[in-house]
Design a protein around this ligand. Structure first.
Ligand SMILES: Cc1cc2nc3c(=O)[nH]c(=O)nc-3n(C[C@H](O)[C@H](O)[C@H](O)COP(=O)(O)OP(=O)(O)OC[C@H]3O[C@@H](n4cnc5c(N)ncnc54)[C@H](O)[C@@H]3O)c2cc1C
Length: 405
């Protein structure tokens, strides 16, 4: 269930899309249908229904019972988020996580805005590096586009590193550049949804973002991606314990990555080290999500070929197979059901897998400046900052030119 407070200014657009006219207004439908959707009173056929008889708990439950052909009573004991996925050994479930990657990207960006976290030249450089990585290698086209737009406007949004964060008005502020478009964040997670309200969610989405980036980079970008991710977590992940441990693991890498494969496996083994530590913590403190206990991943059920041998204490991995598995799982499999609204038209489209494994260099779908930033980012991360400034100057030059003409 998702609750939206329409009295809040930030929700105005969303509430308008659903023609919210009174309080409480309750909608019913499959979660996927709410993604980028809208509702109008006169629309005959819609997957989203308005609950027209929900004034009391009893009447609401009657209405729901009719919809799902059940006979629940108000005294029935139910666990929170009972429908959260629990069997994560199902290979196909990862395809739902594509929306969580967008959600975590937008949430990470919002956290930076709320905390006004770009405070120094170091955090500014770290932010730019991470945005460059997203502009080039994010699995979602709208996030790539949003990241590229931030990149080309960065000097205006953050002159001399002083960013303006407000989300209101027409001002040129970071807050007015939603990184994954105006429909994200949606306010909920799917694959990463916990069985309790305070578990999983953002941090799960962030891991999947990191894995999905790792499998999309080229050999020559692997060390840049490593630095961008390490610095981003170190500067912007608002969990002191996580930052500290992750930073230790980043610092233990002494030789620059040359191969994307090594980086993919580094993210995977780093995640497993966190899992291993949390397994112990969660066992002694009963913290964590009871339906999603930490495991050394992937379990045999997901990838039998990843295991050469294993016993209670250790696992002998077949790293070639682990790499193959990760490439496919966080590559084509993750985006296999992905639909997003076209950035040119309002029609929904499925993003072809092949396109998602390559960088969006199609200049038609992004503004020219953004496309340039993406193309440049995909060519050479190292040179990006320099080129980006040049093209930003060009952008300003063309802008002045068009005014003069
Ligand atoms: C960088 C970082 C550091 C963190 N450090 C800490 C910490 O120090 N202390 C703390 O309490 N919490 C930490 N967290 C949060 C913690 O790791 C989990 O994200 C959180 O507990 C939610 O767990 P989860 O069950 O959703 O699974 P997560 O661990 O979030 O994993 C998400 C999904 O990724 C897949 N997965 C699991 N392991 C792997 C792997 N090795 N390789 C690839 N895919 C995998 C599984 O499908 C899993 O459901 C950290 C998070 C991040 C992003």
């Amino acid at each position: 269930m998702t609750r939206v407070d329409c009295a809040m200014k930030t929700n105005t657009k969303l509430c308008d899309k659903f023609s919210v006219s009174h309080y409480p207004m309750l909608f019913w439908g499959p979660p996927t249908k709410f993604v980028s959707a809208s509702w109008e009173p006169r629309k005959d056929k819609s997957d989203i229904l308005v609950i027209d008889d929900g004034r009391t708990a009893e009447r609401l439950l009657n209405w729901i019972n009719k919809q799902i052909d059940s006979s629940y009573g108000l005294d029935d004991q139910k666990f929170e988020n009972e429908q959260a996925l629990s069997n994560i050994t199902n290979y196909n479930q990862i395809s739902q996580a594509v929306y969580d990657v967008e959600e975590a990207t937008a949430e990470a960006f919002d956290i930076i805005l709320v905390h006004k976290a770009i405070k120094s030249s170091e955090t500014s450089a770290s932010f730019i590096r991470f945005i460059q990585l997203l502009a080039a290698r994010h699995l979602s086209r709208r996030c790539r586009k949003g990241a590229a737009e931030i990149l080309v406007n960065y000097d205006d949004l953050c002159p001399s590193g002083n960013c303006s964060y407000e989300k209101t008005g027409e001002k040129n502020t970071l807050g007015n550049f939603p990184i994954c478009g105006k429909d994200v964040p949606r306010g909920y997670y799917m694959f990463c949804r916990g069985s309790k309200n305070d578990t999983r969610g953002f941090s799960c989405g962030l891991w999947i973002l990191m894995h999905s980036l790792s499998v999309r980079i080229e050999d020559g970008e692997s060390h840049f991606a490593f630095t961008a991710i390490c610095d981003f977590v170190n500067n912007f992940f608002m969990c002191d314990e996580c930052r500290m441990h992750f930073n230790d693991m980043c610092s233990s890498v002494k030789t620059p990555f040359k191969k994307a494969r090594d980086f993919v496996l580094w993210v995977w083994s780093t995640h497993n080290k966190v899992n291993e530590r949390l397994m112990k913590d969660e066992a002694s403190l009963s913290s964590g999500d009871p339906k999603f206990p930490k495991i050394i991943w992937p379990p045999k059920e997901l990838c039998p070929l990843c295991y050469l041998s294993s016993n209670q204490k250790s696992i002998d991995w077949d790293l070639d197979h682990v790499y193959k598995f990760l490439k496919n799982y966080y590559g084509p499999k993750l985006v296999s059901l992905y639909k997003e609204k076209s950035v040119l038209e309002s029609k929904e489209e499925t993003v072809p897998e092949t396109e998602d494994l390559t960088v969006a260099t199609n200049a038609l779908v992004v503004p020219i400046g953004a496309a340039l930033a993406i193309a440049i980012a995909s060519c050479a991360f190292g040179a990006l900052a320099c080129y980006w400034r040049t093209q930003q100057k060009n952008r300003k030059y063309y802008f002045h030119l068009s005014i003069l003409i």
